[in-house]
Each structure stands twice: as structure tokens, then as C-alpha cells.
Design a protein around this ligand. Structure first.
Ligand code: ADP
Ligand code: MG
Length: 497
């Protein structure tokens, strides 16, 4: 009989708060189950229980016909359960090869057979097409590489159920494709796979079935072929209607002169011949996949990358933005794709995060920059951007969700009175509900006369936020769409599928 793992009526509380309210999950051999849900829905908790890392308060797990009330990690491993969790479980000071054999080093007469360790590593890395040196120290690898090593480790242990908890979050596009190829291979070999992701576009690529958790309960179980995105999103966020689709057409007047205007622009072989206007009052998207040149185009608007052909005009004036400082002086605000490294001061207060770009402005009023002034800056924007926080200006940035951090960064530039806002992947790593909030805020900013440019590799994002959308592929503009012509299928088609 084919392997199966059935979780039944799993309940779990932390500190008296129940976070799983009797959840079922079926994982079957040769099938990929995508497990979806917003942050905090209970996905990680559920799979940790299946892997023996947490113990359920009640419920049971039926593995190959045998019922278990609880599992410990060793029992789960013995049953063939392997989990790649969001937290690393590797040994950073050991080599890649040693990590792959961690916990089951081949030995003979009490001696580790190092040749066999290396051979096993080379074989699995080859099979996975992972180009990583087996003798490299794991702690020195990039996060994505480290994750692949973890995957290699669990795969070489001949798992019967492989659980992956948001594995692509740290992977490059290529690494993710390699991983998908491998998951497909394991599926044909009869491994059961549970794949947690918050990226809906991955569901169709990889999964046979989908299960959505919402607030600790199952909101949807379906065959992927028999459901669609809207159904999945509605199951995730639990409200119907406006969640998805095109924004209402703008009724306000656009500024007559473009705030940003590229003419025949090119940079360093990353993109060429780009012509694009962004006018006050509109939200323009540039949609392009990773490596398309879209991100690099955004960088030229903030002095992070020079143009080597054509020109960029800011408010009708030729601009050579050599540094971000010059861009800021021209009224441009910028939200980079990497919040943690590129803008947010994670261990500082939300008030400091809001005020930092405006210190010169605040100081102009001959004031010391006091905590009170910074707090004032934050509170000015807190409600307008519906920042969901403790409403305490001293709250530390890190403790906010990704979506709310993003709003604080928006507040920073609004406080600085930026009239142009350039956002790169504004909702990456932000859950679905908070995404809608951010889109709403961007639409409102445009309505108030700000020019908004969103650069994204997420076509859903372009559909949901843009008045106009330029599609870039392989460094070249392909087409520009406007209004209701901005559809997922048009975007996919234009960008080459
Ligand atoms: P997901 O993986 O879907 O984002 P989690 O399973 O991590 O959700 O979390 C579900 C809920 O359980 C959240 O409210 C989270 O704060 C809580 N939680 C998870 N792990 C712990 C823990 N070790 N201690 C206390 N609360 C936890
Ligand atoms: Mg999780």
C-alpha cells in the first residue's frame, strides 16, 4: 500500500491560546500538497507537530495505518518524515558534506568513512544540480545555498514524507526552479510532499492539491485543477469581493508634467531603450521578472545606478542623479526590495524610522530633534496609512509585521514631503491582507497628487495597483498596458510566459 500520513483533529495551544482548532491534513505518496495561509494561520505549528518538533494537545496521526497520539523527532524520522523548516537545523561550522551526512555518518569499526561522506555529498549535489563545493563550511554560504544543503540532507535520508516550510523565500529564481524540478522528481518516486508557501503562483507550478489554513482552521481543501486563485485568496483572507482585481479607474486629474520621465534610457547592459513617464496622480508599474532590468531601472531613479544612454528628467528637468542624496533633494522617495538591509532600521523605534529622512527639514525650524518631534512625525502618518501597531512611537521596528514596516517606510518619505515614490517589490514577504492595505495606500497617495512608481516581479501586484504598466523582458521594453488591459494573462504573455 502506498505511504500515507493523516493528521486528524490536531489541536494545539501556546500559553493558553489555541492556535490549531482541530485540523486534518492528508499527505499521500506521489502527491504534492500546497499548504497556504496568512502569517500566523498555524501552518508551521501543524507541520512541526507532524515532524515531532511540537506535541499536539489532542488529535492523532495515522502513519501507514498505525495511529500515534504524539511523535518525537526521532520517531518521526524513523517513519520517514523529513522537514525543512524556516529555522536552520544545520551545523554551521561543519562542511557541506558533513552536514549532508549529519546524524548518520557512515562508519566502519568505529571509524567515520570520510571518503563515503564526500561521495554521498557529491552524488546528491550532482543529482540536485547544486553547484556548491562539498568541502565549503556551511556557515559561510549564502542563505539560499544553505537551504539547498538542508534540502540535500533531508533528501539523501530517503524521506517518505518531505515537508518544506516556505523554502523559496530565500532562494534565487534559478535555485527555486532547481528545487521545483527536484520536487517533481521525488513525486514520481512516490514521496509525499507538503509544501508551505505564501506565493500563490507556485501552487499551480508544483502542487496537486491545496489546503488553506485560516486562524487555525481549514478554510479550503481542493484539487489544484479544480480551484483558482481568487478562491484560494478568499479562503486565506476570509473576506469576499474587493480583495482582488482591478482598482477603480482614477477620476482625478493627472499632473500635466511628468514627475519622472525616461527617454531612450539604458544602463550598463541591464536595460536599454526605455521610455516611460510617471505623472503626478498616477500609479505606474514596471513589471519584469528577476533579471529583466526592471529593478535596475528603479535604481536609476534614486541615484543608485547611472544611465549610460538616454536621459532621465525629474519634473521636466534633466537629472543626473549621482547619489541618493541628490534624489531625495529632488523629492524622490525610495523603498527598496530588501527592507532589512536597504532602509529599515530594525532595532530602532518606528518614530526614528519615520523621522530619519526629515532631520534636515525638522532642524530647519531650529529645533533639536527630540523624541517628541520624532513621535509627532510618526503619529502624523499612523492613522492615515492605517499602520497596525501598538500606536506607540517607541515601538521597535522589528516587532511590526512586514506590511506595517513597509508603511512606516512610506511614512518616512511622506514626512520628507517626497512627491515621487519609487517602490521596488513593495509587498514581497507581506501577507495577502496587508497587501491590499498597501495597494489602497498607494492609490490614495496618487489621488493626493503624488507620482507613484511600483517595480514588481509579481504580476498580480501590477494588476491590482497600476493605472499603467510597462512590461520589461530581458532588458527591453515589450509593451505598455493601460487600465483594464492590465490583466494577468497579458502580462504573462508579454513577459514571455
Ligand atoms: P504560520 O506558520 O502559518 O505563519 P505559526 O504556526 O508559526 O503560523 O503560528 C501560529 C500561531 O501560533 C501564531 O499566533 C504564533 O504566534 C503562535 N506560535 C507559534 N509558535 C509558537 C511558540 N513556540 N510559542 C508561542 N506561540 C507560538
Ligand atoms: Mg510559518
Amino acid at each position: 500500500m502506498a505511504f500515507s500520513f493523516e493528521a486528524r483533529q490536531i489541536r494545539k495551544s501556546f500559553g493558553g491560546v489555541e492556535v490549531l482548532h482541530g485540523v486534518d491534513l492528508d499527505a499521500t505518496a506521489g502527491s504534492v500538497l500546497a499548504l497556504l495561509g496568512e502569517n500566523g494561520a498555524g501552518k508551521s505549528t501543524l507541520v512541526k507537530i507532524m515532524a515531532g518538533d511540537y506535541q499536539a494537545d489532542s488529535g492523532e496521526m495515522i502513519v501507514d495505518g498505525t495511529t500515534h497520539q504524539t511523535l518525537n523527532p526521532r520517531q518521526a524520522r524513523a517513519l520517514g518524515v523529513a522537514i525543512i523548516s524556516q529555522e536552520f537545523q544545520d551545523a554551521p561550522t561543519l562542511s557541506v558534506a558533513e552536514n549532508i551526512s549529519l546524524g548518520r555518518l557512515p562508519s566502519q569499526a568505529g571509524m567515520v568513512r570520510w571518503g563515503a561522506v564526500r561521495k554521498r555529498a557529491v552524488a546528491i549535489l550532482d543529482e540536485l544540480e547544486i553547484d556548491i563545493d562539498p568541502s565549503a563550511v556551511v556557515g559561510a554560504l549564502r542563505i539560499g545555498e544553505r537551504q539547498l544543503v538542508e534540502i540535500a540532507r533531508s533528501l539523501s535520508s530517503s524521506a517518505r514524507l518531505l515537508i518544506l516550510d516556505e523554502p523559496t523565500a530565500a532562494l534565487s529564481h534559478h535555485e527555486a526552479e532547481v528545487l521545483f524540478g527536484f520536487i517533481r522528481k521525488l513525486r514520481t518516486q512516490g514521496v509525499a510532499i507538503v509544501y508551505i508557501t505564501h506565493r500563490l503562483d507556485e501552487v499551480g507550478l508544483i502542487a496537486d492539491r491545496v489546503q488553506v489554513l485560516r486562524d487555525g482552521s481549514t478554510a479550503l481543501v481542493a484539487d489544484v485543477a479544480e480551484t483558482d486563485r481568487v478562491t484560494m485568496i478568499e479562503a486565506m483572507i476570509g473576506r469576499r469581493g474587493d480583495a482582488f482585481g482591478r482598482p477603480d479607474p482614477a477620476t482625478h486629474e493627472l499632473g500635466s508634467r511628468p514627475a519622472l520621465s525616461w527617454h531612450g534610457a539604458g544602463a550598463d547592459g541591464r536595460f536599454q531603450d526605455v521610455a516611460l513617464d510617471v505623472r503626478p496622480g498616477e500609479v505606474v508599474a514596471v513589471y519584469g521578472k528577476l533579471g529583466s532590468g526592471a529593478m535596475e531601472l528603479a535604481e536609476t531613479a534614486f541615484g543608485l545606478r547611472p544611465l549610460d544612454s538616454g536621459r532621465l528628467e525629474v519634473n521636466g528637468q534633466m537629472a543626473q542623479l549621482g547619489t541618493p542624496v541628490e534624489a531625495v533633494q529632488r523629492g524622490i522617495g525610495f523603498l527598496p526590495a530588501e527592507r532589512k538591509t536597504g532602509g529599515a532600521l530594525m532595532v530602532r523605534s518606528v518614530a526614528e524610522n519615520t523621522a530619519i529622512a526629515s532631520w534636515p527639514l525638522l532642524a530647519r525650524f531650529r529645533q533639536w530633534i527630540t523624541a517628541r518631534i520624532e513621535a509627532g512625525a510618526y503619529l502624523r502618518w499612523h492613522d492615515r496609512l492605517s499602520i497596525r501597531s501598538l500606536n506607540d512611537p517607541r515601538q521597535i521596528m522589528r516587532t511590526l509585521s512586514g506590511g506595517n514596516q513597509q508603511k512606516v517606510l512610506l511614512a518616512r518619505w511622506l514626512e520628507r514631503r517626497s512627491q515621487v515614490m519609487v517602490l521596488v517589490e513593495p509587498t514581497r514577504g507581506v501577507d495577502v491582507g496587508a497587501r491590499q492595505d498597501i495597494y489602497q495606500v498607494l492609490r490614495e497617495l496618487a489621488e493626493s497628487g503624488i507620482a507613484v512608481l511600483v517595480v514588481t516581479s509579481d504580476y498580480e501586484e501590477a494588476v491590482q495597483v497600476a493605472d499603467r504598466c510597462l512590461v520589461i523582458s530581458k532588458g527591453k521594453p515589450v509593451t505598455e498596458l493601460a487600465g483594464d488591459a492590465i490583466t494577468m494573462s497579458r502580462l504573462l504573455e508579454a513577459s514571455g510566459g
